[in-house]
Ligand binder design. Structure first.
Ligand code: FAD
Ligand code: EPU
Length: 344
């Protein structure tokens, strides 16, 4: 099918973003096959569609403005397969439009452990490398092998190795504006043939022990993580949200010691290079924001790091609340909070 035959104008994105913002896209296409990309590229080059682009997955890490003056490309490429076996790893591939959680469950059902800690993260496989998704002691980069992307600057497909993606905490070369030229089409993972569980985060080990004893499988770890996540995070189908709204700030040992001296209950974790991650949810809670609202946007009652749509929120409402929280945290702790989702 010609991609442009699916081209629509003035399309509401309300059900295409988990925050539930009623944004209108100037141009919108659904991308279901790789061959459609060439048509799309030609249309984009010849300016028959809006020049700005937004590649859209599940919309779970986006805060949209009311009007999106862009060509929105909803990535719906499907397919997943085992592509190779090496001595130590099984290489699996998934197309960008596959649902992330379903892909994780598919790997587990084939006896392949590794991705279980990343269960139930909303969104698509293609968006997962953008901010190097992470949870419960694992990040995508721990199992990433390579990806394929179409470059809208050169009009060609290219592959990226792990090093080329420059993964970091909630970051990669694809996250800043300079990385937005690449439409990711497929991601490959190298899953270890010998499974090494990672259960050191929070309550994971304790819950596993209680429910399964000492013998457990990747599916058991996945189930426990799903249970913990469901008890803490709002389900976007019920309450609009984009997951953690700020990154956990990373500070020097000296700065962390000063804060802990003044606030002994401050939650922090050591990370590489003699630095510490502070729990942003704790900092925000101490500023009195947990459960509070500003107009149509609020701070989730059970997790202060999550901003929620109280009904009819706009991108502007979200920016205003985020700015107030950032100002309060900066004033009380002299720590600056960086926003995690992408503002469009
Ligand atoms: P979208 O929101 O559609 O897009 C996000 C960014 O990726 C945009 O810049 C978009 O342009 C770009 N993009 C999307 N698809 C492509 C593509 N194919 N090629 C190029 N660019 C693309 N994140 C975590 O890391 N850990 C968590 O534990 C976590 N928990 C969450 C819990 C909840 C309840 C919610 C709502 C979100 C959570 N998130 C978490 C954030 C979010 O799920 C991830 O960032 C996810 O990878 C976003 O996927 P998506 O398909 O929805 O991307
Ligand atoms: N905390 C509070 N008050 C709060 C929230 C948290 O004191 O309101 C404290 C908790 O008690 C705990 C600590 O902060 O001691 C950490 O809380 P939690 O385990 O819920 O994790 P988080 O740091 O808030 C991060 C990620 C999540 C990821 C979880 C689990 C970031 C920005 N967020 O949240 O990722 O799922 O850890 O690994 O790193 C996301 O990126 O969207 C996301 C949800």
């Amino acid at each position: 099918m010609n991609t442009l035959s699916t081209l629509q104008h003035q399309v509401s994105l309300k059900t295409s973003n988990t925050f539930g913002i009623d944004a209108i896209a100037d141009d919108f296409v659904l991308l279901e096959t790789l061959t459609q990309i060439e048509d799309l590229y030609r249309a984009w080059k010849s300016s028959t569609v809006a020049k700005a682009r937004l590649f859209l997955g599940g919309g779970s890490n986006l805060i949209l403005s009311d009007r999106i003056s862009a060509l929105v490309v909803k990535v719906a490429l499907k397919g997943r397969q085992i592509v190779a076996q090496t001595n130590d790893h099984t290489i699996v591939a998934a197309a960008a439009g596959e649902n992330w959680h379903e892909f994780v469950q598919w790997t587990i059902s084939r006896g392949l452990g590794g991705l279980e800690n990343l269960s139930l993260i909303p969104g698509t496989v293609g968006a997962a490398p953008i901010q190097n998704i992470g949870a419960y002691g694992r990040e995508l980069k721990d199992f990433f092998y390579r990806l394929t992307a179409f470059d809208f600057e050169t009009g060609e497909f290219r592959q990226f190795s792990k090093e080329e993606c420059r993964f970091a905490y909630r970051d990669s070369i694809f996250k800043p504006a300079s990385g937005k030229r690449f439409l990711i089409t497929e991601v490959q993972f190298a899953l270890p043939r010998v499974w090494k569980p990672e259960i050191s985060y929070g309550d994971v080990a304790q819950l596993l022990q209680k429910q399964r004893g000492d013998q457990f499988t990747p599916q058991d770890v996945s189930d426990v993580i799903c249970e913990i996540r469901q008890s803490k995070l709002p389900d976007p189908k019920q309450i609009g949200n984009a997951g953690s709204f700020f990154k956990n700030p990373v500070v020097s040992r000296e700065r962390r010691d000063q804060i802990v001296q003044a606030y002994p209950l401050c939650v922090s974790y050591p990370v590489e290079g003699e630095h510490f991650k502070l729990a942003a949810g704790w900092l925000i809670e101490q500023c009195g924001w947990k459960g509070k609202s500003l107009e149509r946007v609020g701070v989730f009652e059970k997790q202060a790091l999550v901003l929620v749509n109280r009904g009819g929120a706009t991108g502007k409402d979200v920016r205003e609340l985020a700015a107030q929280i950032q100002a309060d945290v900066a004033q009380k702790f002299s720590v600056s909070l960086d926003v995690e989702p992408v503002f469009i």
